[in-house]
Structure formats: structure tokens, C-alpha cells
Design a protein around this ligand. Structure first.
Ligand code: F6R
Ligand code: ZN
Length: 189
């Protein structure tokens, strides 16, 4: 399908299979990996012991981890809730303080939560929205629709690195819950 382009130099969003064509790294996060993310921690734990659903998948294209290089990844965040709180990614801050990121929404509905100190902002994610995450802001995505996955592609500097501990000290200030056919944004931790 793409035979005229050298394989190392391109990727493609495979819309039919909802994945990144030519990706070379893959991660799957299940409920058992999301300890401490949801208010109803005990219910998450029980759900993880029983069905242990996949919450999201990440298809990544790697590059040398040096200044100037870029990484990219497609995230597929499945629909679901833990006691009415919508499925979300773990969320992280970049280790390098000067690394921003861009998310381009490919499908579904959701929210991108952004956190810096006590300040929380959010961006509504729907197809074709391009969200900008300024350097220094923690970021987490939430699938606000039970109708299907939230799918987006991210681009960020290869030297950024991800810190998953900082959200324990500097937590996301908002949580997103199911409400009728939509969502409500509640206060976080
Ligand atoms: C990369 C980035 C995304 C996330 C992905 C999964 O810097 O922000 O590719 O890594 O959406 O979320 P986390 O990494 O929070 O599990
Ligand atoms: Zn990031």
C-alpha cells in the first residue's frame, strides 16, 4: 500500500484497525496497571481481579532519544467506567521541563486534562481537534463516551521522558464522571 515510501520514514494511521502502521513499540494498560487513578480504588481493584479490562493501548514509533528527534504514538482509550468515573490514562509530567506535546484527535470523544501546580485546564477532544500541551503541564486523557474509543496521535520531543510519580504530589485537580448521556467534571483529589 505504501511501497514507494522507505519504511523508516513514515507511519500511517490505520483507521480500519485503529492502530499506527509502522509502529515499533506497543503498550497495553489494564485496570490492574491503574492503581490510585480512580476515586473508587477498591472497586477498581475488584474489577482488576475479575475481568481486568484493557483500558488503553499505545502504538509508538521510536527514534533516537536525543535532542532534535521526535516521538509519536497513537493512543486508543477504550470506553468504560470505574463506578461511574470514565476510563482515563495514568497521566504524567515530562521529565524535561522544556518539552511540549501535541495531541491530534482521530476519533471518539473525550477530555484532555492539563495540570500545573494547583491550576487545572481541559480541552474537549473530538475528531480533528489539535490540542497543545505547553511545556511543564501534566496531561491525562479521559474517554467521555461509552459509544467507542477515544483515539488520538501524540507528537513530542524524544528527550522529554515521562514522570508518573509527580502526579501523586501534584495531582490532577478534576475528575470526569458519567452523567445521563454526557459527563460532569468534578473536583479531584
Ligand atoms: C507521550 C504522551 C502520550 C501518552 C499516552 C498514554 O508523552 O503523552 O503518548 O504516553 O497517551 O498515557 P500515559 O503515558 O499517561 O500512560
Ligand atoms: Zn506526554
Amino acid at each position: 500500500m505504501y511501497e514507494k515510501i522507505p519504511a523508516g520514514f513514515f507511519t500511517a494511521f490505520d483507521r480500519q484497525n485503529s492502530l499506527l502502521y509502522n509502529a515499533d513499540d506497543y503498550e497495553e494498560r489494564k485496570l490492574s496497571d491503574l492503581q490510585g487513578c480512580f476515586v473508587a480504588e477498591e472497586i477498581r481493584h475488584q474489577m482488576a481481579l475479575q475481568e481486568n479490562k484493557t483500558v488503553y493501548r499505545v502504538y509508538k514509533k521510536t527514534a533516537p532519544l536525543v535532542a532534535g528527534e521526535l516521538l509519536q504514538a497513537v493512543t486508543v482509550l477504550f470506553p468504560g467506567t470505574v463506578n461511574g468515573e470514565f476510563f482515563m490514562t495514568r497521566g504524567h509530567y515530562h521529565i524535561h521541563p522544556k518539552c511540549a506535546e501535541i495531541f491530534f484527535c482521530l476519533g471518539g470523544r473525550g477530555l484532555l486534562l492539563l495540570q500545573k501546580g494547583n491550576e487545572t485546564k481541559w480541552v474537549e477532544m473530538k475528531p480533528d481537534v489539535i490540542a497543545y500541551i505547553p511545556a511543564g503541564w501534566g496531561h491525562r486523557t479521559v474517554n467521555t463516551s461509552l459509544a467507542g474509543p477515544l483515539v488520538f496521535i501524540a507528537f513530542w520531543p524524544a528527550v522529554a521522558g515521562q514522570n508518573y510519580q509527580r502526579r501523586l504530589k501534584e495531582p490532577f485537580g478534576k475528575r470526569v464522571f458519567q452523567a445521563d448521556r454526557s459527563y460532569v467534571i468534578g473536583d479531584g483529589d
